[in-house]
Design a protein around this ligand. Structure first.
Ligand code: FAD
Length: 460
């Protein structure tokens, strides 16, 4: 059955030309094809093109434009605002394009536009190589990297976008464009944070780094010790080496063997230390944290790719998140951060997160439109719950966290950590001066704003 607005003949012509598939309402698999990570998003595209090749992507763009369909581009489907879907439009679904090839000699990975972190991490792990990835394995490499890309390894290897070597894009007119330091350098610059504004990335080449040994420590504290623990963590990070990543995360005590029964299902304050090195060295570095009186611990040396999927959240939950980047994190800010943990929905998959920045991330290239890289801390309320009745409560908690830490905020925004929060936040996501330059690049590659289901850079 052809969806309303698309003639049967046009749809069948599209199907004939695709190596992949076009799925319309009523077709088998339509429900699965339109589901994204955030179950609050309820949109019904007129057609979902599951692209198999770069030619499919170009065909889908042309089809969308010829039929006046709003175009969405889907990678991992993790955008909290559901930007991977258009209501009544066309979705260019890249998930079948997930191939990864690793060249151990040059330490580079060429990644398909629809690959997830898991595809990348698992392909690089056998060579003891890795690069900064998202903190779960199911996030799309495309949306993550082009938006900046923050992860456990950023203090050691910089942001994901700092590791971009080249991007191959299909642009709004269906042509293929290469971007690197040497080819279309302005576009390459814009792809460091500018997201999907300039075209569909069908392949992304990333720098990898040697990572033969990797360790983690998860220490659980009762929430009554939260403020004291967070202050100690802050002081620890001040002089921690670049190998250290992690954060303070208030969460619901998980039903795992290492968690005492009385902490399961209850609010807990977790300190996570990731360490780009062996366990013995991690223990030595993190000694000040190990003496704070935690009640549960999980300490292990493990392949980085295994840690990456340890904290995977289940899809299908209701999502609402935001973030504030902080200039300083004095005791008063610690108090504000910790006090608001009491309002989290517990039990739930929500996380009340404090991540440290610094290290290679702070020292990284300052010319890119990533104004938040200079902040030392980010507070990231990450609300995930399952009952629609909790929607207002969950959203209010996120807003309250932001308001509480606002006095220390730099005002810079990491757009991958927020939903639709208005045009001012988008400009703050790039930095005012950068935004002007981004609009010039946008005008060159997408003057009609075909790709606008994103944190949009308007061409005019
Ligand atoms: P999608 O919803 O598919 O896409 C997001 C945006 O990117 C859309 O506008 C889409 O059109 C565009 N896009 C995607 N792929 C391409 C492509 N190949 N070419 C052009 N445009 C494209 N972020 C972090 O930085 N660090 C984290 O640790 C982190 N953890 C997360 C954990 C969870 C559980 C979730 C749900 C998200 C997390 N994020 C994290 C946020 C994540 O980086 C963003 O939501 C990102 O935009 C997701 O990309 P995606 O491809 O999965 O999503």
């Amino acid at each position: 059955m052809a969806p309303q607005g698309i003639a049967e003949a046009a749809l069948s012509g599209l199907r004939d030309e695709l190596a992949g598939e076009a799925i319309a309402p009523g077709d088998a698999g339509y429900g699965e094809a339109r589901a994204v990570f955030n179950s609050m998003i309820e949109r019904r595209p007129a057609v979902i093109v599951q692209c198999q090749s770069q030619a499919d992507v170009a065909r889908a763009i042309r089809f969308g434009r010829e039929n006046d369909l709003e175009i969405a581009v889907r990678g991992g489907g993790h955008s909290v605002a559901g930007m991977a879907l258009s209501d009544g439009g066309i979705v260019i679904d890249l998930r079948r394009m997930h191939e990864v090839s690793v060249d151990p000699a040059s330490r580079a990975a060429r990644v398909g536009g629809g690959a997830t972190m898991s595809h990348l991490d698992r392909a690089a792990q056998p060579f003891d190589l890795a690069t900064t990835g998202g903190r779960v394995s199911t996030t799309g490499v495309g949306g993550f990297t082009l938006g900046g890309g923050s992860g456990w390894l950023e203090r050691k290897f910089g942001l994901a976008c700092d590791n971009l070597i080249a991007v191959e894009l299909v642009t709004a007119d269906g042509s293929v464009v290469h971007a690197s330091e040497d080819e279309n350098p302005d576009l390459f610059w814009a792809l460091h944070g500018g997201g999907g504004n300039f075209g569909v990335a069908t392949s992304i080449t990333l720098q990898l780094h040697g990572l033969a040994e990797f360790s983690m420590m998860l220490l659980l504290f009762p929430p009554a010790l939260g403020a004291e623990t967070t202050r100690a963590y802050r002081d620890f990070i001040d002089s921690a080496p670049d190998e250290v990543g992690g954060g303070v995360i208030y969460l619901t005590g998980p039903p795992e063997d290492f968690v005492p029964e009385d902490m399961v299902g209850k609010l807990a304050c977790a300190v996570l230390v990731t360490y780009a090195g062996p366990e013995q060295a991690a223990r030595k570095v993190a000694a000040p944290l190990l003496g704070l009186g935690h009640r549960a611990e999980l300490i292990a040396q493990l392949p980085y790719a295994d840690l990456q999927c340890m904290l995977d959240d289940p899809p299908g939950l209701r999502n609402y998140w935001s973030a504030e980047y902080l200039e300083t994190f004095p005791d008063e800010a610690v108090g504000a951060f910790c006090a608001r943990a009491d309002d989290m929905i517990v039990p739930s998959a929500s996380q009340h997160v404090l991540f440290p920045l610094g290290g290679a991330l702070a020292r990284g290239p300052s010319q890119y439109p990533v104004p938040w890289r200079a902040s030392p801390w980010v507070v990231h309320p990450f609300g995930l719950w399952d009952d629609a009745e909790d929607d207002e409560r969950g959203k209010q908690w996120v807003r309250d966290v932001r308001a509480d830490v606002k006095p220390w905020s730099t005002g810079a925004v990491y757009l991958n950590f927020i939903g639709n929060e208005g045009g001012d936040r988008v400009v703050a996501g790039f930095g005012t001066g950068n935004y002007e330059r981004l609009t010039e690049v946008k005008r060159r590659y997408d003057p009609d704003n075909v790709f606008h289901l994103n944190h949009n850079i308007k061409p005019e």
